[in-house]
Design a protein around this ligand. Structure first.
Ligand SMILES: [Cu+2]
Length: 113
């Protein structure tokens, strides 16, 4: 029985799809709800790895953000106002501000350093 259970678990693990963007956001939401609400703007530092002003999205390789207990990671954000993305390009080192501790995938400001 144990062997069968182990095989079943193995199959279940192997059948997990490669983590889609939704899964990343879900786990990051869990991280942010586990943290105490951060006061004031949540600022981060990172490097632009992709930017799509038309879609309003920007991907960043960002450093750890202690206010919401995030480790350094690569992820995609949405810009609340897509026009803020017109002044940045891939490879830029940027400072950015997240909308809030509960809307951590939304960027309010982003500037080249
Ligand atoms: Cu992140």
């Amino acid at each position: 029985m144990l062997a069968i259970a182990a095989i079943a678990l193995g199959v279940a693990a192997c059948s997990q799809p490669a983590s889609p963007p939704e899964a990343t956001e879900a786990s990051m939401t869990e991280m942010s709800t586990a943290a105490p609400p951060a006061a004031g703007p949540i600022t981060g530092v990172g490097v632009v790895t992709a930017v799509d002003p038309a879609a309003g999205t920007v991907s960043l390789d960002h450093e750890a953000i202690n206010a919401i207990q995030w480790p350094a990671m690569s992820m995609q954000f949405r810009a609340e106002d897509p026009t803020i993305l017109s002044n940045i390009a891939v490879g830029d080192h940027v400072n950015f501000t997240l909308k809030s501790a509960t809307e951590t995938s939304m960027i309010e400001t982003i500037q080249k350093r």
